[in-house]
Design a protein around this ligand. Structure first.
Ligand code: 5AD
Ligand code: SF4
Length: 441
């Protein structure tokens, strides 16, 4: 049997897209293998959000060149965001001539055809449709790989053009799936036994803005929350300018929508937020946080933070630290700003790498203190946890998250996998929580 190996870079959107790639390959009769050296087809599903993601992918594409020599029928395909950058598809083919297939994110449905052509006639393909509003593919074959968790796209693309971000250029404009298709897929996932379903979109709060049937994110969440069955819903990512009070109310009122909101602020400085084209101020953001905390007191709030954006001075960075102290995020993804060719910020004066490195160190230290203090607050309490996986390197232990999104490790046998259990937290260590089953289920 022919084998495939998919190497995925980047965000949840890409992880899910790789499940669609796997769906196509499984349907063609391929089966998955763990090592690239065993594969008959290797797919790189790339990311270009920051320079290091791109470098890593290119490095790994370079590193498998020798495999092609010993296995001439090996097919190498490069897919995903990186290919959609201006001119990147052709550059890839020229610099890495042993790559057989380059497909843009909007051309995934052509993968099967390209593989057949590569096999039969050694034809090489570069198919990148830079279309701003390509149609949405429904009824895709998905080979799900995340145990009892499932990803579900509710929309694609982004209209926001934050000045640092490449996503709107490589993913095109916002396109929302029809409500009925989302609800059908959701019900199918619940009926198939998935216990936690994460709604995906670059900016989920603007769901429906491009449809003319009045659909919106609050209504979508409400309708999902009424579906029969025992499951949890999460969603990402929210844009602070669009997360409205209706959504907060529905989360507060719906036990099956997790009390967990990822709300990237990027910077705490109004000057920088304006330069980033984020369309909110720190005051507006803090008002939203206050509304979340008053309606959903145990909500786990997480964020993305960037340092070293053009024009960022110590004073602006202090504003970011101040936001971190005020909000008390349960965790934060922290990034050093990375220049993306073709974006507005690439034309702005850049902050030196030394200053950025110093700031990110201080930022991480500040957030770590908060994460640690919040972890302590969990000790002694009992939470419902979904047993998601075996704990890494710890035999006899499972791990899973609380409703608020905190990861917990606890002793339990594998029969609990995929089930909801009550876990009493006994100990915390930085971001990690350790507990014991409160009762057998
Ligand atoms: N440099 C650094 N971080 C970036 N992000 C997006 N673009 C860049 C960039 N050019 C971060 C943002 C976003 C997250 C997904 O990635 O914080 O929320
Ligand atoms: Fe990028 Fe901004 Fe769109 Fe998020 S909202 S994908 S950061 S442009």
């Amino acid at each position: 049997m022919q084998k495939y190996r998919i190497i995925t870079y980047g965000c949840q959107m890409n992880i899910h897209e790789s499940e669609k790639i796997a769906g196509i390959l499984e349907h063609m009769g391929y089966s998955e293998c763990a090592e690239v050296s065993d594969a008959d087809i290797i797919v790189f599903n790339t990311c270009c959000i920051r320079d290091n993601a791109e470098k890593r992918a290119l490095g790994n594409i370079g590193a498998i060149k020798h495999l092609k020599k010993s296995k001439p029928n090996l097919i190498i395909a490069v897919l995903g965001c990186m290919t959609q950058q201006d001119g990147a598809g052709l550059t890839l083919r020229q610099k890495y001539p042993y790559v057989d297939i380059v497909l843009g994110t909007n051309n995934l449905f052509e993968l099967e055809k390209c593989i057949i052509e590569a096999k039969n006639s050694k034809k090489k393909s570069v198919l990148i449709d830079p279309g701003e509003k390509p149609p949405i593919a429904e009824n895709e074959k998905v080979y799900r790989t995340s145990g009892c968790n499932a990803w579900l796209n509710i929309m694609y693309g982004c209209n926001n053009f934050c000045t640092y971000c490449i996503v709107p250029y490589v993913r095109g404009r916002e396109r929302s799936r029809k409500l009925v298709n989302i609800l059908d897929e959701f019900k199918m996932l619940v009926d198939s036994g998935y216990k936690e379903i994460t709604l995906l979109g670059q900016n989920v709060n603007s769901y429906g803005h491009d449809l003319d049937d009045g659909s919106n994110f609050a209504d979508l969440l409400y309708q999902i929350s009424k579906i029969e069955g025992k499951f949890r819903v999460r969603f990402m990512t929210s844009h602070p300018k669009d997360l409205n009070r209706d959504v907060i109310d529905i989360i507060a009122a719906s036990p099956n929508i997790c009390n967990n909101i990822h709300l990237p602020i990027q910077s705490g400085s109004n000057k920088i937020l304006k330069l980033m084209n984020r369309h909110y101020t720190r005051e507006y953001y803090l008002d939203t946080i206050a509304a979340i905390k008053s309606k959903i007191p145990d909500c786990g709030i997480t964020t993305d933070l960037m340092v070293g954006f053009p024009y960022e001075e110590e004073e602006d960075f202090q504003d970011t630290l101040d936001i971190v102290r005020k909000v008390r995020y349960s965790s934060a993804f922290t990034f050093i700003y990375s220049v993306r060719k073709g974006t507005k910020a690439a034309q702005m004066p850049q902050v030196s790498p030394e200053i950025s490195k110093d700031r990110i160190k201080r930022l991480i230290a500040e957030q770590n203190l908060i994460t640690k203090a919040l972890s302590k607050e969990y000790e002694g309490n009992t939470y419902e946890v979904l047993c998601e996986d075996k704990a890494p390197k710890k035999q006899g232990y499972l791990c899973g998250r609380t409703d608020s999104g905190r990861m917990v490790t606890f002793a339990a046998d594998d029969t609990c996998l995929g089930q909801f259990v009550d876990v009493k937290i006994q100990k915390s260590q930085s971001a990690s929580l350790f507990g014991a089953l409160a009762e057998e289920k």
